[in-house]
Design a protein around this ligand. Structure first.
Ligand code: S3P
Length: 170
C-alpha cells in the first residue's frame, strides 16, 4: 500500500469494479467511492444525459477533475469508470496515489454483464456491443496492464475470490 492507503479499481465496464469495491470496503472498513456516482451527483444528471448534452469530451473533462479530487483522499476504495485510463493525468494520479488493481474479464463475460443495463452510452449505438467491447479491450487493455500494481482475473472467479485475491496482494 502507498502512504495514502488507497485502493483503486480499474477495468472495463462490466468487470465488477463497483460490486467488488463496495464489498471490499465493507470487509476492510474503508470508505467506498464510485467516481461515476460522484460525477452524477455533482452534475445533477446521469451519465447518459451528460453524454447527450456535453458529449464524451464533456464527460471526460468532469472525470479528470473528479479523479484528481478523489485520489487525493486517504483510506478509500475507488471504483473508476472504464474510460478513465485513457487520460494521462488520471493514470498518473491513480498510479502515484494508491494501489491499482486491474479487474480483468474476457469478452463473453463483459458482454453478458453489460447487456443487462442501458446506462452506458458507449454501448448504446447501432454497432454490436461485442464489436465495441472487443475494440475497447484492445485499446485499453495495455493501458490497464501498465497502470496496475496487480491484475485480478474477475470473469471466472466469484466476488468472494476476487476480494480474497485483492486482500492477499495488499
Ligand atoms: C465508460 C464506462 C462507464 C462510465 C461511462 C464511460 C467507458 O463506467 O464511466 O459510461 O468509457 O468505458 P463503468 O466502467 O463503471 O461502467
Amino acid at each position: 500500500m502507498t502512504s495514502q492507503n488507497n485502493i483503486f479499481l480499474i477495468g472495463l465496464m462490466g468487470t465488477g469494479k463497483t460490486t467488488v469495491g463496495r464489498q471490499l470496503a465493507r470487509k476492510l472498513k474503508m470508505e467506498f467511492i464510485d467516481s461515476d456516482k460522484v460525477i452524477e451527483e455533482r452534475t445533477g444528471a446521469d451519465i447518459p444525459l451528460i453524454f447527450e448534452k456535453e458529449g464524451e469530451a464533456g464527460f471526460r473533462k468532469r472525470e479528470v477533475s473528479i479523479i484528481d479530487e478523489l485520489t487525493q483522499k486517504k483510506n478509500i476504495i475507488l471504483a473508476t469508470g472504464g474510460g478513465a485510463i485513457l487520460n494521462a493525468e488520471n493514470r498518473s494520479h491513480l498510479v502515484s496515489r494508491g494501489t491499482v488493481f486491474y479487474l480483468k474479464s474476457n469478452l463473453k463475460t463483459l458482454l453478458a454483464r453489460t447487456s443487462k443495463n442501458k446506462n452506458r452510452p458507449l454501448l448504446n449505438t447501432d454497432e454490436p456491443a461485442e464489436d465495441i467491447l472487443k475494440r475497447l479491450l484492445a485499446e485499453r487493455g495495455p493501458l490497464y496492464e501498465a497502470a496496475a500494481d496487480h491484475t485480478i482475473e474477475s470473469a471466472n472467479n466469484s466476488i468472494h475470490s476476487v476480494i480474497h485475491a485483492i486482500i492477499k496482494s495488499l
